[in-house]
Write a protein that binds this ligand. Sequence first.
Ligand code: NAD
Length: 381
Amino acid sequence: MAVMTLHARPAMKSAEQIVKEDLDFIVRQAGDEFARLSGHDILIAGGAGFLGYYLVQAPLHWNRVNAGLPPIRVTVLDNFIRGVPAWLTALEGDTNLRLLTHDITNPLPAALGDMKFLIHGASIASPIYYRKYPIETMDANVNGLRFMLEYCLTQKKRGKPVEAVLFYSSSEIYGDPTPENIPTPETYRGNVSCTGPRACYDESKRYGETLCVNFARQHALPVKVARPFNNYGPGLKITDGRVIPDFARNILDGKDIVMLSDGSAKRTFCYVADAVAGYYKVLVKGRPGEAYNVGVEVPEISVTELAARAVALGRELFGYAGQVVRQESADKDYMVDNPYRRCPIITKARTDLGFDPQVTIDEGLKRSLLWYAGNREASEA
Ligand SMILES: NC(=O)c1ccc[n+]([C@@H]2O[C@H](COP(=O)([O-])OP(=O)(O)OC[C@H]3O[C@@H](n4cnc5c(N)ncnc54)[C@H](O)[C@@H]3O)[C@@H](O)[C@H]2O)c1
């Protein structure tokens, strides 16, 4: 099929509209939590990445919406290994935003100052990349987390205690759950290889959780853990190698959608605006030393079905005429230890934190495709 560049039909929403609506939504969904952050400093480690896109923009948006209240001051710490993303550069004039170039595998910089809230999301998260950089992935989740927790301990001893720390674990800590453990509650202990190609990620997240639990218990630190289940949407680079941006790239290039597996693996996909509201809830309201699933329970769909939905939306939005084709991945480890099904039970976050995801898969995919239509430049990253 010939390569061409597709554009959204004129009546469709722009990427900017999508982002503005999403930020309004997050600020509404986590209104109490942002009010709690008002007047404080928050550190977002890994803030230049996918989840950082809304994690960073949402509090700054809250500041604009609540101009009369003390602002939330945001510090983004990242090694910016792929450069400072354009969206962060565009925010540089915001006096409530500070960027720190730092590798989390070293002690936190003295210039950091007194943070009240901290988020650790600095880790390679895409399977394609963490299999390429396994040691760096482990170091970020284990040593990097340790340095952050040591900072919190020091702050406590200095009489400047932090209010909350959030560690990003992953649904991958469950590995490939046995059928009776799907959908999966937080109490499931997992079925994980400690030596397979994904182990650098899964096991370092597991050890990270153990660190969190023990710092919470032994030092009474307010450390909380989120276990994200397949987030997608604005901010996720089109080159990231995860399935939805791959499909979006094929659609926008007017090429067939290439499926590198047999398409039978099943997932639930959580739109990032829902997820980010959930993460702020875990940070502020989560119980110290506890983990929360953050995702959606339905629909659990196969990758084949996801591709079919993407094709249908591509047709509706851009007049896409491609189809789904199968191809073997050149990467022999592409599917090794890949969980066959992944689907959470989110009762704990729903009941204890008021987490209430709203965005359907079709709406989320549509919003993502429209965002990608306005953000293709990431394909050069
Ligand atoms: N997106 C998801 O669906 C998902 C699912 C499960 C877990 N998570 C976890 O959430 C967190 C954020 O995920 P994401 O999707 O935004 O990932 P991402 O790869 O898009 O972003 C991670 C950011 O961390 C930075 N980083 C990596 N190593 C670093 C280091 N040593 N020092 C400083 N900065 C470093 C990168 O430069 C990048 O900006 C990660 O911990 C990830 O493991 C995400």
